[in-house]
Design a protein around this ligand. Structure first.
Ligand SMILES: NC(=O)c1ccc[n+]([C@@H]2O[C@H](COP(=O)([O-])OP(=O)(O)OC[C@H]3O[C@@H](n4cnc5c(N)ncnc54)[C@H](O)[C@@H]3O)[C@@H](O)[C@H]2O)c1
Ligand SMILES: [Zn+2]
Ligand SMILES: [Zn+2]
Length: 382
C-alpha cells in the first residue's frame, strides 16, 4: 500500500509499505477515505518532536471504511464508514475511565503524560498514522465511531481532531456568559475555538495571528474581532487597553511551540532547541489574561521545559488548564452541534489533495501558501 514516509525534517514522500496487519484481537484495519494534515504534524515535520523516526507514517486525523476486525471487536463490522479519534485509548484504564482519553495509560508505553496518538512519533507510542491507504487501528472497540448517514465525510474527518480540540479549548477556558475571550492562533484550531467560544456564552471573541488571510477567515467564521500581532506595538498592552485595563477574562493558546513573534524565543526554542519550542504565545496568554483568569492551552509543546513566566501565574492567581483533546468524550455532543448547524467543520477545508501529492501538501500547509487553512488528503481508492 502507499503511505506517507518521513525522511527527516522538511522531507516527506509517498512510499510503498507493507499492508498493516491485525496484531491484537482488539485491532481493526481501516481503508482510509480522507486524512488531514494538522498543525501538530508541522511540529514533526519541522523536526521539533524527539524520536520521530525516519520511515514512520504521520496522520492522526482520518476516516475510512473498516476492512478487517479482530475477534474481540464487536461494535464494528467490515464495511462500516468510521471516523477515528486521534487519541489511541484503551477505554479501560484509570484515565480512560475518567474520560481522559488523551492520557490513556495503556496505549503509550513510552510516556506517563500523553497517551498513544496515531502517527505522532515514538514519544506518542510509535503508531503509524492515517496518511496512507490503510491503517491499523488499535483498541478499535473504543475510538472509531460510525459516521451518521446524514454526515458529509468532509465534516466527519474534522471531528477526529479540529472540532473537538477547538471545543475543548473553549471548554477548559471555563467561559462564563459575557466573557471576553482572547485566542492566539488563527489556524484551524484557533478558528474552531473562536466558533465554540460563542457556544459557551462568550460576549466578545478576539483572535490574534500574523497571517491576514487566516484572520479574515476567523473574522467571518468565528465571528471574531481580529488583530495582526505584527501591527500592534505590544500585544499585552494592546489587550489591556481594549479591556478597560483589566485584561481578557480567558485566554487560549492555539499556537504551541512553533510560535512566531519573539526573536529570543524563536532562537532558543526552535533554532537552538534549548527549550521545547517558542513559548511566546503562552507568555501572551498569561500576561494578557486578567487577574484570577483562566488560560487554556491546546497548543502543543515538546516534553521538556519552557521558559514560562511562572511568577505572573502565581501573582495574578491564574488557572492554567491544558490537555490533548479528549475526542471520544466530546463526540456525541459535537455530532449534535454539526447536525443542528451550530458548527460547519468542512468550511475550513481549503485544499483537497490526492495522497500522491503529499509532499506538496505539506509544503503548502507548512509555508502557509495559497490561502491554505486545512488540507485534506484523498487516497486513490478513497
Ligand atoms: N491539544 C490538542 O489536542 C491539539 C490538537 C490539534 C492541534 N493542536 C495544536 O494546536 C496548535 C494549532 O494547530 P493548527 O492546526 O491550528 O496549526 P497551524 O499551524 O495551522 O496554526 C497555527 C497558527 O498560529 C499562528 N501563530 C504563530 N505564532 C503566533 C503567535 N505568537 N500568536 C498568535 N498566532 C501565532 C500561525 O501563523 C498559524 O496561523 C498546534 O500547536 C497544534 O499542535 C493541539
Ligand atoms: Zn491534529
Ligand atoms: Zn486507557
Amino acid at each position: 500500500m502507499l503511505a506517507m514516509d518521513y525522511r527527516g525534517p522538511y522531507r516527506v514522500r509517498l512510499s510503498e509499505k507493507p499492508m498493516p496487519q491485525i496484531l491484537h484481537p482488539r485491532d481493526a484495519i481501516v481503508r482510509v477515505t480522507r486524512s488531514c494534515i494538522c498543525g501538530s504534524d508541522l511540529h514533526l515535520y519541522h523536526g521539533m518532536v524527539p524520536d520521530t523516526r525516519v520511515g514512520s507514517t504521520f496522520g492522526h486525523e482520518f476516516c475510512g471504511i473498516v476492512e478487517q476486525v479482530g475477534p474481540e471487536v464487536e461494535n464494528l463490522k467490515v464495511g462500516d464508514h468510521v471516523l477515528v479519534p486521534f487519541n489511541i485509548a484503551c477505554g479501560q484504564c484509570h484515565f480512560c475511565k475518567q474520560g481522559l482519553f488523551g492520557n490513556c495509560h495503556e496505549s503509550n508505553a513510552q510516556a506517563t503524560a500523553v497517551g498513544g496518538i496515531f502517527g505522532y512519533s515514538h514519544t506518542a507510542g510509535g503508531y503509524d498514522g492515517g496518511q496512507a491507504e490503510y491503517v491499523r487501528v488499535p483498541y478499535a472497540d473504543v475510538g472509531p465511531t460510525i459516521i451518521p448517514d446524514w454526515m458529509d465525510p468532509d465534516d466527519a474527518v474534522l471531528l477526529t481532531d479540529v472540532v473537538p480540540t477547538g471545543y475543548q479549548a473553549a471548554e477548559m477556558a471555563g467561559i462564563q456568559r459575557g466573557d471576553t475571550v482572547v485566542i492566539f492562533g488563527a489556524g484551524p484550531i484557533g478558528i474552531m475555538a473562536a466558533r465554540c467560544a460563542w457556544l459557551f456564552g462568550a460576549g466578545r471573541v478576539i483572535v490574534f495571528d500574523h497571517l491576514d488571510y487566516r484572520l479574515e477567515f476567523a473574522k467571518s467564521y468565528g465571528p471574531a474581532e481580529v488583530y495582526n500581532f505584527k501591527e500592534v506595538d505590544d500585544v499585552v498592552v494592546f489587550l489591556k487597553k481594549t479591556t478597560d485595563g483589566l485584561g481578557a477574562d480567558v485566554a487560549i493558546d492555539a499556537v504551541g511551540g512553533d510560535a512566531k513573534g519573539n526573536f529570543l524565543q524563536t532562537l532558543f526554542g526552535t533554532k537552538l532547541k534549548l527549550e521545547a519550542g517558542s513559548a511566546i504565545a503562552l507568555h501572551w496568554t498569561i500576561n494578557s489574561v486578567k487577574k484570577g483568569g483562566i488560560v487554556s492551552v491546546v497548543g502543543v509543546y515538546g516534553p521538556t521545559g519552557n521558559m514560562v513566566p511562572m511568577g505572573n501565574v502565581v501573582n495574578k492567581g491564574i488557572t492554567i488548564r491544558a490537555n490533548q483533546a479528549s475526542v471520544k468524550r466530546l463526540l456525541p455532543r459535537l455530532i449534535e452541534h454539526v447536525r443542528l448547524g451550530h458548527i460547519n467543520p468542512k468550511a475550513l477545508i481549503t485544499h483537497k489533495v490526492p495522497l500522491a501529492d503529499i509532499a506538496d501538501a505539506y509544503h503548502i500547509f507548512a509555508a502557509k501558501l495559497d490561502g491554505c487553512i486545512k488540507p485534506v488528503l484523498v487516497p486513490n481508492n478513497g
